[in-house]
Design a protein around this ligand. Structure first.
Ligand SMILES: Nc1ncnc2c1ncn2[C@@H]1O[C@H](COP(=O)(O)OP(=O)(O)O)[C@@H](O)[C@H]1O
Ligand SMILES: [Mg+2]
Length: 232
């Protein structure tokens, strides 16, 4: 579904990605791991067209989309939950959700109703403005907003950063439910153990390069990986 190969990206003269390879199949949950500043967000931005890669290729659904406009790539079926959530502060919860809803033929899987069924809290808060929400509610809204585009792949950058443990658990439960429903997910987060409980594969970035990729069992079986590459 998503195939990234040899991706290189820079900010001005400073190169940050040095040939990242990454693939996600239908229904697969893949994580992108690594300490701060290793290039995770830059990888996501390069996939979404928010940064134009200097080399390499991004293919989605068999089509090369490298460096195309972000709205075009999103429309092909990638829903992004960005770092920092970025909900519209002066729109209500419901307006935030409607703002990204993609008109599709037939009966779309994700509508206000199905998003509210996934996050009953959002329904209770549907008339509240974006800036009146707690961090957890904002993150639920950011996930709901991504789902409203009826994506084939959902990408979460720092899925639970800054959230209280109980809210974190709600986000994990939500991702597990989405996985059971067959959604493909690319997720960045620092809670490796929580991710290992349901992800199919992990990709570890170190200074803009993939240094390890493998299953949850392989990740958990190798404590050296955590010490060397991850924030623990
Ligand atoms: N807008 C930017 N301009 C210049 N350098 C940046 C910018 N964003 C990130 N960087 C640098 O790129 C590197 C990778 O950052 P990033 O992809 O955000 O890492 P991560 O998401 O893994 O924490 C870091 O060294 C960071 O300082
Ligand atoms: Mg980041």
């Amino acid at each position: 579904m998503l195939a990234v190969s040899g991706l290189q990206s820079s900010y001005g003269d400073s190169q940050v990605l040095f040939g990242v390879d990454l693939s996600i199949g239908a229904g697969e949950v893949v994580t992108l791991l690594g300490r701060n500043g290793m290039g995770k967000t830059t990888t996501i931005k390069s996939i979404m067209g928010l940064i134009k890669p200097r080399a390499g290729e991004v293919r989605f659904g068999g089509v090369a989309v490298t460096g195309q406009a972000p709205h075009h790539i999103a429309k092909l079926g990638i829903g992004l939950v960005p770092e920092g959530r970025q909900v519209f502060p002066t729109l209500s919860v419901e307006e935030n959700l409607i703002a990204t809803s993609a008109a599709r033929f037939g009966a779309p899987r994700w509508t206000l109703e199905t998003v509210y069924a996934l996050f009953p809290r959002l329904k209770e808060r549907r008339a509240n403005m974006g800036n009146q929400l707690s961090g957890g509610e904002q993150q639920m809204l950011a996930v709901g907003r991504a789902l409203m585009t009826n994506p084939k792949l959902i990408i979460l950058d720092e899925a639970t950063e800054g959230l209280a443990p109980l809210i974190r658990q709600e986000i994990w439960d939500c991702l597990k439910r989405l996985k059971r429903d067959g959604e493909a997910i690319l997720v960045i987060d620092k809670n490796v153990d929580a991710l290992a409980a349901f992800a199919d594969r992990h990709v570890i970035l170190e200074k803009g390069r993939v240094v390890w990729t493998g299953s949850s069992a392989a990740l958990l079986a190798d404590p050296v990986l955590k010490d060397r590459y991850l924030h623990v």
